[in-house]
Each structure stands twice: as structure tokens, then as C-alpha cells.
Design a protein around this ligand. Structure first.
Ligand code: ARG
Length: 267
């Protein structure tokens, strides 16, 4: 082989190497949004025990997960041009599933606390709510202030902000944390807890549905004061898309409409 040819070959190899590394770099930059579009599917994690946010409902003889969070997720999937898959799990496992890439996003009426923000990105807040206590029907008149709950057994969802809120606000509270709010409601009905603390719209829905439980007038607020959608840290492009969808829905007053639709599903 002559020197000229060797040189040419060397050049080709060098250019090839550079080309491969450029393509490689571009590949690494593939975002959470690219991944969703590539698979043609948005996989959402939720805890479907929280009406009107997300809950199970038999519609046309089929068990379905519905609620205003799900309506928003559907809109996002539509805007991204992908299908929607909803996975129901325990609330305290949602951020773990996100970390493990089992889900792309969490739609679960989740409050974007400073602690959660360390491990996940959050969309803009799309819904605001306070927190209310549900008790057995007939007991609501006895609970006029937070002090009337002193020393009572309070049911809260495991891993929720209500856990901390009850601890902080109710003097000498004995907390009972369960994975599912539906089980907390059963516990209340069976006198295993004295009260349950959940977001006010959830309290209202459950009281509407069950005549043997009632809402007290005691209302609590939290610092963050709202729900946002969680995604993996560093999901800037995806976050921009979801914020665009939220903004559009808010401008069109669609979120309010989704809340009304979800509340109308009570039977
Ligand atoms: N907003 C509360 C929190 O972020 C409770 C949310 C519970 N959501 C649910 N789908 N069960 O901790």
C-alpha cells in the first residue's frame, strides 16, 4: 500500500469516528419528551382513590379510571399526538415508579412540596384546594375547631402531605396512615378512626356518596396550596408541553368543566 492511500484511509477513519461521536451525542440528548413520542404512548401513574381527581367507576359495565386529572392527561396525550396509558398504584409508590422510569408522569392531585421537588420536576399548579375532615354522620356538629379533634385518631393517606399536616395541626393526634383513601373511608365507617383528613373536594365527594359520613367545618391550608403534575428531574421540554396544555385548558375554562363532570359521576 502506498503512503497516499494510507493517508486517505486514515482520514476516512478519523472522519467516521467524528461522525459516530456526533450522532452518539445527539442520541444522548434525547429527552423525556422524545422518548414518549418515539413509543407513541404517554404512561401516567396515579392513585385512583381520590374522587373527583381520579377514581374507579363502572361505565358501560366496564371498570374505568376517571376524574379531572385523567381528563387533563387525555388532553396532554392528544396534544402530544400519543396514546394514554393509566397505571393505578399506591400514592406512596408514585414518585418511586417515576424514578424507576415505570411511568412518564404522575397525575395524582400531587402537591409540589419542596421535598418532592428535590427528586422530581413539577408542572405549573393546575388546581387549588384546601383540606377538610370527614367524620361519622352526627359527629360533625361536635367538631367546630381543630381543638375538638385533640387526641383523636386521624386517618391519612400514606406518603401524603395530609400526614404532615395532621401531625402539625391536630394537638396530640394519633395518626393512622393507609395506602388507599378508599380504605380510610371504610375505617371511618367501621369506627376504626375518628376522622379522615383529605383535600376538601375529595371530602365533599365522599360525603355526597356516603350518607353515614359527614364533613366538618374545620378547614386547613398547606403552604404550596395546589396540585401539579410530576415528571422526572430534567424534563424541561416535557414540562413546557404540559404547561402549554394546562394554560390552554385554563384559558378555555376546561379544568373547571372537568371538575364538574367528575363530580357529576357520583352515584
Ligand atoms: N395532595 C396530597 C399530596 O400531594 C394528596 C394527594 C393524594 N392523591 C391521590 N390520588 N390519592 O400529598
Amino acid at each position: 500500500m502506498n503512503k497516499g492511500l494510507l493517508k486517505k484511509l486514515g482520514m476516512i477513519v478519523a472522519i467516521g469516528t467524528i461522525a459516530i461521536s456526533i450522532v452518539g451525542c445527539a442520541g444522548n440528548k434525547s429527552t423525556a419528551l422524545d422518548a414518549i413520542k418515539a413509543k407513541g404512548k404517554l404512561v401516567v401513574g396515579t392513585s385512583a382513590d381520590y374522587p373527583p381527581y381520579e377514581f374507579h367507576k363502572e361505565i358501560d359495565g366496564k371498570d374505568q379510571i376517571v376524574g379531572f386529572d385523567i381528563s387533563i392527561a387525555k388532553e396532554l396525550a392528544k396534544d402530544l399526538g400519543v396514546e394514554l396509558e393509566v397505571n393505578d398504584m399506591d400514592f406512596d409508590g408514585l414518585l418511586v415508579a417515576l424514578q424507576a422510569k415505570k411511568v412518564d408522569m404522575v397525575f395524582a392531585g400531587m402537591t409540589p412540596t419542596a421535598e418532592r421537588k428535590e427528586n422530581a420536576d413539577f408542572s405549573d399548579i393546575y388546581y387549588n384546594a384546601e383540606h377538610g375532615f370527614i367524620v361519622k354522620a352526627g359527629e360533625e356538629g361536635k367538631i367546630k375547631s381543630i381543638d375538638d379533634l385533640k387526641g383523636k385518631k386521624i386517618g391519612v393517606q400514606k406518603g401524603s402531605i395530609q400526614e404532615a399536616l395532621a401531625k402539625k395541626s391536630v394537638p396530640d393526634a394519633q395518626l393512622k396512615s393507609l395506602a388507599k383513601v378508599t380504605d380510610l373511608v371504610l375505617d371511618l365507617k367501621n369506627n376504626k378512626v375518628d376522622a379522615i383528613l383529605v383535600e376538601l373536594p375529595v371530602a365533599k365527594y365522599n360525603v355526597e356518596k356516603n350518607s353515614d359520613i359527614a364533613l366538618t367545618s374545620v378547614v386547613l391550608k398547606d403552604e404550596e396550596g395546589g396540585s401539579a403534575i410530576a415528571m422526572k428531574k430534567g424534563s424541561d421540554e416535557l414540562k413546557a408541553e404540559i404547561n402549554k396544555t394546562i394554560k390552554k385548558l385554563q384559558d378555555e375554562k376546561k379544568i373547571e368543566q372537568f371538575v364538574i363532570e367528575a363530580n357529576n359521576l357520583v352515584d
